[in-house]
Design a binder for this molecule. Structure first.
Ligand SMILES: Cc1cc2nc3c(=O)[nH]c(=O)nc-3n(C[C@H](O)[C@H](O)[C@H](O)COP(=O)(O)OP(=O)(O)OC[C@H]3O[C@@H](n4cnc5c(N)ncnc54)[C@H](O)[C@@H]3O)c2cc1C
Length: 376
């Protein structure tokens, strides 16, 4: 029987950031990260747009707004300190028609309310100067939106956590969690398929798409708590290198109603490649293939603002799955970051529904977890 101070379930960017922060702030504590895959970042954290968001979409005071705005600044500082490849490219949220301009104004005001003070409203001519190949009647320009090499970020976080004493148990799938005294008994399936247990005082649930299982095992009613995860897929299509150079920044249409997604937008990779996505549709399983038949829908979405794209340019790229707690047709939900004392589960910290902007918010989410543990 092994006993440790803390078990973190999940080695995506959030679990890694939590491990790195906790091992720095609470030196000497025994911390184990349990991850079912054979290395970090095999799920949502390596299947996203790699955008460092600025934080203008989310309602003021929400975790998404606060942690994104703070996370953006922390992430740039972290990248500079540790040499993580990134680029402060800037982003345009465009209006394709005059009817969409009020949406831009509300995004600008929301940004100001959230502390994003560098947004500018641009007229058509100013947009053309920045992006001559983008068709827009106006745009919000966000200079502090950027892109990051998420693999390099995760690799550095893992290195820091290990260096500070955290242990990583890859190919360890948590299969059950029960209360045991004042802590938790965590049952897992190890690399050889054998089952074993570990005991901990603190259990930090960073399990992404699997995050609703842990509270369910502990007897919580996940429906009532609003913790049920509704996987929501997003596909990307890429274009040839020749056309990639025609757009220099990130270009987004106005977001979808109830922030179901940010709309099929143009993202740039650090190597200059241009991709479109992600689309937004709920799924039942975790299939990461891209349906070529969806190319038409992408073409319809982007041709209105990127007229130089031909249908034949679109090539299937990657797909990711959002761990949404906002079910189909429901209104927007905030991140859940909660020490579950009120549910009689002291020592359990749930991070659930960590969809976008979770990559941007990873360091600030980790800071919040440390605060919760320090408060006890
Ligand atoms: C299409 C798409 C685009 C996005 N774009 C952006 C963006 O541009 N900017 C941004 O800020 N955010 C973006 N996001 C959101 C961001 O990717 C996520 O918020 C972030 O990656 C979540 O990280 P995580 O560590 O919580 O989850 P994950 O990366 O999913 O990690 C969870 C880990 O837990 C492990 N796990 C689960 N259950 C168990 C178990 N029982 N036992 C052991 N291990 C387990 C999994 O294997 C996994 O490795 C996007 C998301 C998607 C889907």
């Amino acid at each position: 029987m092994r006993r440790v101070d803390m078990v973190i379930v999940g080695a995506g960017v959030v679990g890694l950031a939590v491990a790195a922060e906790l091992s720095a702030s609470l030196a000497g504590k025994a911390i184990v990260v349990m991850e079912r895959h054979n290395k970090f970042g095999q799920e949502t954290s390596s299947r996203n747009s790699e955008v460092i968001h600025a934080g203008m979409y989310y309602s003021a005071g929400s975790f998404k707004a606060r942690l994104c705005v703070e996370g953006n600044r922390r992430l740039y500082r972290f990248c500079e300190a540790w040499g993580i490849p990134h680029e402060r490219l800037g982003k345009l949220i465009i209006a394709r028609t005059a009817e969409e301009v009020p949406v831009l104004e509300s995004i600008l005001n929301q940004g100001l309310a959230n502390g994003v003070n560098d947004l500018e409203l641009l007229e058509a001519g100013q947009v053309r100067q920045l992006e001559p190949h983008v068709a827009a009647v106006a745009a919000v320009f966000s200079p502090s939106t950027g892109i990051i090499d998420s693999h390099a970020l995760m690799s550095r976080l893992e290195y820091l956590a290990r260096h500070r004493g955290a242990m990583f148990a890859y190919r360890h799938e948590v299969t059950m969690v029960e209360q045991s005294g004042t802590g938790y008994r965590v049952t897992y399936r190890g690399p050889g398929g054998q089952s074993d247990r570990i005991y901990c005082d603190w259990l930090i649930n960073c399990a992404g798409l699997g995050a609703d299982k842990i509270p369910a095992w502990l007897g919580m009613d996940v429906e009532q708590a609003g913790y049920r995860i509704y996987p929501c897929k997003g596909e990307y299509f890429g274009v040839s290198n020749a056309k990639s150079g025609l757009v220099r920044r990130l270009v987004y249409p106005p977001p979808l109603p109830e922030l179901k997604g940010l709309g099929i937008h143009a993202t740039k990779a650090l190597d200059g490649r241009l991709r479109f996505g992600p689309s937004t549709f709920y799924v039942q399983d975790f299939d990461y293939s891209v349906d070529e038949g969806h190319a038409r829908e992408f073409y319809q979405a982007i041709k209105s603002y990127l007229p130089f794209i031909d249908f034949a340019d679109l090539q299937p790229d990657i797909a990711g799955i959002r761990p949404k707690i906002q079910g189909p047709g429901n209104s927007v939900r905030d991140f859940v970051v909660r020490h579950e004392v009120e549910h009689g589960l002291a020592g359990l910290i749930n991070l659930i529904g960590i969809e976008s902007p979770g990559l941007t918010s990873s360091l600030s989410l980790a800071g919040l977890v440390v605060d919760m543990i320090e408060k006890g």
